[in-house]
Write a protein that binds this ligand. Structure first.
Ligand code: HAM
Length: 413
């Protein structure tokens, strides 16, 4: 679990603001849920034999004896909220996004943390292939707007319950005589969730599934048509993608379209986003029989890839001589600047020299110097910290001059 320090915060703001801008363009609105939910929600929603639920949930019993959990992902929480507030009754199509911390008790490594942050999207009430493709294209548009490089969108279809049953049988038959080379998790998954064996990262499991049947060959007519149309629509949206028949994903609720977006420069944890369609989840959680699709980006992984610096600060550092009258005047100047929406700071009770040093390190382009000499002459000294030039202007002209010098900030660089 990490602190997010002031030196990094500009990147976080950039990521969050970019996501808001892109989602707004696609007509999505924000929904915020608490970080704590009843544990049962995730058992029902995500599946009790997934790693996330079985091994990674932070759960405890609260003072009233209720089993609660820190949310390991946002989908189940968002759907719980939509159902609880009857939002689908108000509008049968819900396009929602959320951002915030998620919690998974994982083995920490680069790009994998126990508290991490997601930008999450859920789209409910539409089941057409175009809505799948549009959702994937929004994820891609966000990745581009964030400036991520070497993007790869992998898609697959996990079919519906019917075609998946057939596929499971074929997969189990294929893995039967390879069971000895599977890791202990996968030996267990053979019985509980054989599809997960397909995306196990252990080398011997990867070798064991070479030549395994592909789910695409088992899709029923409806799922096959859906998958083909999603691919056509992705081409129309101009989203490059590759089919990956091994893409299974770690959560149990997916049906039909699933996808993962990877980016260059992340090492082994290279998925920046993942998601897919879930046709049964709203109903499973007690809502109407409505399908949905969604995805989530991991913010920490995006931040690791950003190499842009904090934007240049716009504003003034006010340096004042120690004197009661100057002090009172300085407070007026600070208020005047802030009323004009010009960022302004001062360091009270420091020597003049220390204040000048602080101004130099502040990152502001301008320093306003207020001393007895200035007070007597009713003038203000403005020092341009970028080239150390200095001018004096009358008190009445000061605001206008500061504004014009700040407006020229870009040109001066
Ligand atoms: P997920 O694949 O479990 O999907 O997580 C989505 C993204 O969250 C990952 O691609 C990764 O970038 C980030 N992530 C996951 N675990 C960690 C971690 N321990 N540390 C850092 N980043 C992490 C979901 O959570 C689904 N709820 C997505 C979804 C929404 N599907 C439908 N709607």
């Amino acid at each position: 679990m990490n602190d997010i320090l002031p030196g990094d915060i500009a990147k976080w703001h950039f990521v969050e603001n970019t996501a808001r801008r892109i989602f707004h363009i696609y007509g999505f609105t924000e929904l915020r849920t608490p970080v704590l939910e009843r544990t049962e929600l995730f058992f029902r929603g995500i599946g009790d034999d997934t790693d996330v639920v079985e091994k990674q949930m932070y759960t405890f019993t609260d003072k009233s004896g209720t089993a609660v959990a820190l949310r390991p992902e946002a989908t189940a929480s968002v759907l719980r909220s939509v159902i609880e507030h009857g939002l689908l009754g108000t509008d049968p199509i819900q396009k929602l996004y959320s951002m915030g911390p998620m919690f998974r008790y994982e083995r920490p490594q680069k790009g994998r943390y126990r508290q991490f942050h997601q930008i999450n999207v859920e789209r409910l009430g539409e089941d057409s292939p175009s809505s799948d493709a549009e959702t994937l294209s929004m994820a891609y548009a966000l990745a581009l707007a964030l400036g991520l490089k070497g993007l790869k969108m992998e898609v697959n279809s996990l079919g519906c319950d019917d075609c998946r049953q057939e596929f499971k049988r074929a997969l189990i038959a294929f893995l039967k005589d390879k069971e000895k080379s599977l890791c202990s998790d996968c030996s267990r998954r053979m019985k509980t969730n054989p599809l997960r064996v397909l995306d196990c990262k252990v080398v011997s499991c990867r070798q064991a599934v070479e030549g395994a049947p592909a789910i695409e060959d088992f899709l029923c007519e409806g799922c096959r048509v859906h998958y083909n149309k999603v691919q056509d629509a992705l081409r129309s949206f101009d989203v490059p993608f590759e089919k990956n028949p091994r893409l299974v994903r770690g959560l149990d609720y997916y049906t039909k379209t699933t996808f993962e977006l990877t980016a260059e420069g992340l090492g082994s944890q290279n998925a920046v986003a993942g998601g897919g369609r879930y046709d049964n989840l709203v109903k499973t959680l007690g809502g109407p029989d409505v399908s949905g699709i969604g995805f989530a980006f991991g913010i920490e992984r995006i931040i690791m890839l950003l190499d842009h610096h904090a934007p240049e600060k716009k504003g003034c550092f006010v340096v004042l001589q120690e004197d009661d009258a100057v002090q009172a005047w300085a407070l007026e100047v600070l208020s005047m600047l802030r009323t004009a929406y010009i960022p302004a700071e001062a360091a009270f009770k420091k020597s003049f020299k220390a204040q000048m040093r602080k101004a130099g390190k502040s990152g502001y382009p301008l320093c306003i110097i207020l001393g007895q000499a200035e007070l007597e002459k009713s003038m203000v000294t403005i020092k341009d910290l970028r080239d150390s030039s200095q001018i004096q202007v009358s008190r009445t002209e000061a605001l206008k001059k500061i504004r014009s010098m700040l407006d020229k900030q870009g040109e001066k660089k």
